[in-house]
Write a protein of this length. Structure first.
Length: 415
């Protein structure tokens, strides 16, 4: 039996593939296990998954040689805003090769970034649709921005230039508004963006009463590092966050999913600071308008009151004269009434006195004596009871005219 060595078989496979598949081919696949070595070559795996079960149904080893990779990578990342990393879908031009030692592989010659852009857009659309179906897509946008957003929780890298620009812009605003900022450090590029930002949001959520708004900013990073802001979990967390979320993650071409659910999206960290300053300006301008209206209203009211006061002042002399005249007439009338009342009272009292005088005159002893009555006195005192007299007592009988002196002579006079 003739037997082939493994090498001979592999060589046969290589020659057969080279003869059957001599051209380049455009394939759609997902990147997996992307890594580069010190010489600049990129090694990776292309995979395809079943859309329903998500199970792998195909896999192939891939290579991007350094002379191609140093041109292909920046071109792809600039066009897509997406890093050339595992997990993204690509449309690449490859040649098929087989090596006796390393086996089957695909060598990348070119890439079409528009396919990846379309896939990213589709993925963003799917996330936004899911959030809408869950009823949370616009929750953060519906929150009212505080009239004076001065206490700001900042999610950013502590070393990011954008964070420094943001703080500098706030601290040097033209009207000297005060802002308090507190940094919650997070990774703003790489594969741990989602995890890091979510952790920062959790810390802020535990201190909601300390802040008016949340600002997520990123400055100085490559546009290829934006994929971390296109995740469902991060978008859902921001959409449902109880404070307004402002994003300024430094790109202009497309909104990330995070931008789409945030309360306010601006282009840069500096623009985020300007937005907060503008909110303060609006409130200050409104206060100025209200102050002007208040000043004008007070001036108008004072003018009206001054006019009233002047009118009252002019009316005082005539009112006083009329009041004094009325009082004078009233006093004269009271005086006349009082004189009449006094005269009437004196007349009544005089009449009563005359009656009393007549009654006294009628009751006087002289009047009684003139009528024929007499008065018997003993020792100057009137005798009212004869039994009180003793024999030999001297008594005086007083008549209307004259007196009679008598001596009591017997006891019969006592009967």
């Amino acid at each position: 039996m003739d037997a082939l060595s493994l090498y001979d078989l592999n060589a046969l496979v290589r020659r057969s593939l080279e003869q059957c598949l001599p051209d380049t081919y455009w394939i759609q696949a997902e990147l997996s296990d992307v890594r580069t070595n010190s010489t600049g070559h990129c090694y990776l795996e292309f995979v395809q998954k079943d859309p329903r079960s998500n199970n792998l149904i195909a896999k192939a080893r891939g290579t991007v040689w350094s002379n191609v990779f140093r041109l292909l990578r920046p071109y792809f990342e600039e066009a897509t805003g997406q890093a050339f990393v595992s997990g993204i879908k690509v449309l690449v031009q490859v040649t098929v090769s087989f090596h006796e030692l390393y086996g089957y592989s695909l060598t990348v010659q070119d890439i079409d970034p528009t396919y990846t852009v379309g896939d990213m857009a589709r993925r963003r659309k799917e996330i936004l649709k899911q959030l809408e179906e869950e009823g949370v897509l616009t929750l953060n946008k519906e929150l009212a921005m505080p009239r004076l957003p001065q206490r700001i929780a900042v999610i950013s890298s502590s070393t990011a230039a954008g964070y420094g620009d943001f703080c500098h812009q706030l601290q040097n605003n033209a009207r000297c508004f005060y802002f308090h900022t507190e940094l919650f450090p997070a990774l703003m590029q790489g594969e741990r963006v989602e995890e890091s930002v979510l952790a920062a949001l959790d810390k802020i959520n535990s201190r909601l009463d300390s802040f008016d708004a949340v600002v997520i900013i990123r400055g100085g990073g490559a546009t290829s590092d934006l994929s971390g802001f296109d995740t469902y979990l991060l978008a859902a967390a921001c959409a449902q966050f109880p404070l307004p979320v402002i994003t300024g993650i430094g790109h202009e071409r497309d909104d990330t999913v995070l931008d789409s659910v945030a309360h306010t999206r601006v282009k840069t960290p500096t623009a985020a600071a300007e937005f907060l300053i503008d909110c303060m300006n609006d409130a200050a301008d409104e206060l100025d308008v209200l102050a002007d209206r208040l000043y004008g209203g007070v001036q108008s009211l004072l003018s009206q009151e001054y006019q009233k006061l002047a009118s009252y002042k002019n009316r005082i002399p005539s009112a006083a004269y009329r009041y004094i005249s009325d009082a004078k007439f009233a006093l004269l009338a009271e005086r006349k009434d009082m004189a009449q009342a006094v005269t009437s009272s004196l007349s009544g009292h005089r009449h009563r006195l005359e009656l009393l005088q007549q009654r006294l005159a009628d009751a006087s002893p002289e009047k009684q004596l003139a009528r024929g009555y007499s008065i018997t006195l003993k020792n100057g005192k009137v005798v009212k009871n004869a039994s009180l007299l003793n024999e030999g007592d001297e008594i005086i009988t007083r008549l209307h005219k004259g007196e009679i002196t008598s001596i009591v002579t017997n006891e019969s006079s006592k009967k």
